[in-house]
Design a protein around this ligand. Sequence first.
Ligand code: GLA
Length: 749
Amino acid sequence: MGIKYFKKRKIFHLYSKNFSYYIGINKLGYLIHLYSGNYLDDIGIERTNERYMERYGFLDSDLNKEVQDEDYYFSIIASQFECASFGKGDKRNYFARFKREDGIDITNFIFKDYKLIKGPVFPTGLPHPRFNDNEACTLIVVLKDEFSDVILELYYVISEKYEVLARFSKIYNNSKEKIVLKRLSSFELDLNNNNYDIMAMHGTWSNDRQVERIPLNHSITKISDNHGSRGFNYNPSIALLNKEANLDNGEVIGLSLMYSGDFSYEINVDEIDQTRIICGINDENFEYNLEPNESFTTPIGLMTFTNKGMNKISQIFHKLCKERIIPNYDRFKNRPILLNSWEACTFDFDTDKIINFIDEAKKLNIEMVVIDDGWFGNRNDDTSSLGDWNVNENKVNLKKIVDYCHSINMKIGLWVEPEMISPNSNLFKEHPEFSLYPKTYKNPTLFRHQLVLDLVNKDARNYVFNELTNIFDNLKFDYVKWDFNRFLTEGYSETLNKNSKLETYHKFVLGTYDLLNRFITRYPNILLETCASGGGRFDFGMLYYSPQIWCSDETDITQRVNIQYATNLFYPLSANGAHVSNRKIGTIQDKAILAFFGTYGYELDITKLNEDDKNKIIEFNKLYKEHHQVINDGIYYALSDPFSSNYASFMAITENKKEAILFFFNYRKETTKSRFIKLKGLDANKYYFNSLTNDIYKGSFYMNVGINLSAPLDAFTTALVVLKEVDPIKTSIYKVMVQNKPQKRTKLL
Ligand code: GLA
């Protein structure tokens, strides 16, 4: 069990192999954060941060006389907490805030009790790691507000196996009056120094997830989103890196909120150089009424720690996501190579055109065709029909297509955008109240000519779910692309009374989760890919329902290399929807190599390709099939960061270290650069054949000298290198090599 309680000293120790998290209960009942970092078998008699608080203890000693004895210091101004108070002496950022009927909102939680539970405890209806009973345990700390009968529970679910601490909180209104919750954080993390940079990912449409390393200063740095259910602008996964930390060395704390709505990380460096992180639902669009006996539970925050650099954080999140977040990883282990109709046709297709695609795709060994937007209502452009989920029979015969596809042993997929409604739709005519904006407001904001469906409204949810079942009960699709193409504005549900309007944003996210949950429960065999104008909703909340997410609408490789590199920092390659398109930059081969490092597919008119490109596609598909398990299941290493150098490089290696695959991309035309890419994670003593030069070297050679890519390189050169373990004695190539004969170089591609 990864939790110990030292009763006498009132200290909890939560731990995995590599990290420790210590919490203490002080004499006044405050929950003190004692330590988080490398594994420590004991925190010692000294109770870390309280000792350092001597000076500040003195400053507010009138407030807390009883704790100012000679060996014990505490300061509400400057101690490190687990749930900082609001409205008392702590003027840093706070954990929770609620207003009582007397108008007062001072909030201060004092320890009451705790529970230790073998196995994980998580709320229903919110995405969380799917830990088994024997791979996690839970500490629940129960606290009571000093001024009211409001109870706070802090949940700490630790998995030694996955090296992750999952945290959330729950508030109960045990008082006799209503309270209005203004903020309830998922977790607080107080650190006793300010030696950190934040690594965060911001972005916009077609420029999804751009990495920025931000130094902390003495103010609040806020990484947040307020678009309601779409995190283009900032992603809810961030890392805190020690100033010296890099990809492979140094202390890094990885954080991610498993939530697809407005989130916020407030990172505050105080005047004595301590850092406080408060993470949870962004309270800009949030307020929640709790009547007596009602409760509120936050989304789950994930936290992990390493002293081995960012790559280790990526590996921890990738493994957790593949094995314990996405549904049915084993069922969807072999993702089909797909062809999506969007970039080739947009809205302009009919039955014959799709059948042509299917025939051509079959010849090229593509395994699935996806019919994107435009098959329903009167949808021939983006101005209408969202909500009218009936097949446009004049345009396309879906039944014929599905049957045909299956008859030739291919798979078939369909695009939907269930969370939306077009003003120009039958649904809007019949149920204008299903759209999300106050109906007293005559000028709701349209984006892409559409409004958001009010998913707080149960009837609207039921309506759209029934529409989905009408399609997917009758037509046996193998795959669904679930899109979300605008963000929330005027987000006040008509179903909520005037005092509860600010509950809309959060309840909308819960509505989305409810809908997704119903969908995957009813159709467990459908492979679901979520999407939001590309990768506008790429988070562990969505991955709890869909094993893959369309990474970006940007398929020009120069941009996309960076987007994929950034996505890989937190999310596994098996989740990263990646297609070969006919955008202008790069050859078809460059695009294929990049798309290999995701869920592979095509998004171009394959019927118009020349014979040469068709043959190449057959070759790519074969290669992908041969190697994609290494990419999907392997351990990931970033080798070179395109945000801070002229090239991007990353690799994946099987757990048994027998096979590895490496990606390289050069941005600039460089004729005279010494460029040795040092590989990572190989077995130093194994011999590996590499497909770039057809040579065999020891793992130690590849990791210390590197693969030599110093040859003059054109701009946008892409390389794919496969390494395979070989037995050097038995391998003739090795014998040739040791005899010093020059090798014939037969590149993989
Ligand atoms: C979004 C998606 C695209 C495509 C279109 C269809 O932009 O990201 O891939 O599905 O919608 O309208």
